[in-house]
Design a protein around this ligand. Structure first.
Ligand code: SF4
Length: 331
């Protein structure tokens, strides 16, 4: 990867767990536990895993909506923990987020026009005529009529509301958008329309995305590169096509095996793998996946595998954290 827009290094986010009348500290939820990844301009990194794996927390920590416990988030080479207020203001323009629920993330008491004008007002950009012009442009870019500006969010369908959310996220022409499960609340028939809109905007505006989802089929459709998370760790990273064709980690294989049944009415990943994701308060020793892994050996219970190049595929960008990855890849 020649040019890097976002670089996350050893990111950890631990939340304290308190209990009792005195709210004594009982431990920590290891929501994100030392993950690293990079995103190049104009590309998409898919962050995928089951609910509770830490992917949403990681996305929020990048935007500093959660304070990282450790690690660095470098945006265009600058550590976001050390930037001053003025620079942070600029960063907030360049880094945006799209949330899962398009209804909750829109103020129901404001018209769409007011909602889309707000980013320009907050950043002191232009007069009313300029802002109105921008609102018309934004609505056109996301495939909505100019008349949508005078209506309220509740007057739109889920897919249309997500288009409004996307319009607001691109208003200030950001460089990178964190998309947190942006289509999972939508009907399957609408999902592809929104994914295609995101791809069109990426092409036209040179946007980079971190695309967070539990659905590997959706992530594969939109991503250039995919990182698979399990219980706060990245267990496999690879170019999207490679990950899908030659998954190496047993967890990634299970996610892919679950795709045909992960749709409405299907059985889902838990039926394929069996068992629940262990508690992130007391994660399993060694490889965190070992209680659910059919290939686990003694070493897996005691020693944590390192995310590293697969033997013979050095430099390909395909990284796996599994003691038996080389052996299993030959099967
Ligand atoms: Fe399974 Fe062991 Fe590999 Fe973990 S390290 S995924 S337990 S084989």
């Amino acid at each position: 990867m020649s040019e890097v827009l976002l670089e996350v290094e050893g990111l950890k986010v631990h939340f304290p767990v308190r209990a009792g009348v005195l709210r004594r500290l009982k431990g920590y939820v290891h929501a994100v536990d030392g993950i690293s990844f990079r995103v190049a301009p104009g590309t998409t990194l898919g962050l995928v895993g089951e609910s509770g794996c830490g992917k949403t927390t990681a996305g929020r920590a990048v935007l500093r909506l959660y304070q990282p416990t450790a690690g660095k988030v470098l945006f265009r080479g600058r550590d976001l923990a050390s930037v001053g207020k003025t620079h942070l203001r600029q960063v907030r323009r360049d880094l945006q987020m799209i949330f899962q629920d398009p209804f909750e993330s829109l103020n129901s008491r404001h018209t769409v026009g007011t909602i889309l004008e707000e980013p320009f007002i907050v950043h002191g950009m232009g007069d009313r005529a300029f802002r109105r012009q921008k609102v018309r442009q934004l609505l056109e870019m996301v495939g909505l009529p100019a008349s949508a500006a005078d209506r309220f969010p509740h007057e739109f369908s889920g897919g249309q509301r997500q288009r409004i959310v996307i319009a607001r996220s691109i208003a200030l022409e950001p460089k990178l958008i964190i998309c947190d499960e942006p289509v999972s609340a939508l009907d399957v028939s609408i999902q592809s329309q929104i994914l295609n809109l995101l791809l069109d905007l990426q092409q036209n505006m040179g946007l980079a995305y971190v695309f967070i989802s539990h659905d590997l089929a959706v992530v594969k459709f939109i991503s250039d590169y995919i990182a698979v998370m399990y219980l706060g760790k990245i267990v496999e990273q690879a170019p999207a096509g490679q990950l899908y064709q030659s998954p190496r980690h047993p967890y990634t294989r299970a996610l892919i095996a679950a795709i045909p049944v992960a749709r409405p009415g299907g059985r889902g990943i838990r039926a394929v793998l069996g068992g629940e994701v262990p508690s992130p308060i007391n994660p399993p020793s060694g490889c965190r996946f070992h209680p659910r892994c059919q290939y686990a050996r003694d070493v897996c219970r005691h020693r944590e595998p390192v995310l590293a190049d697969l033997a013979g595929a050095e430099g390909s960008g395909h990284l796996v954290a599994c003691h038996r990855a080389d052996e299993l890849s030959r099967n």
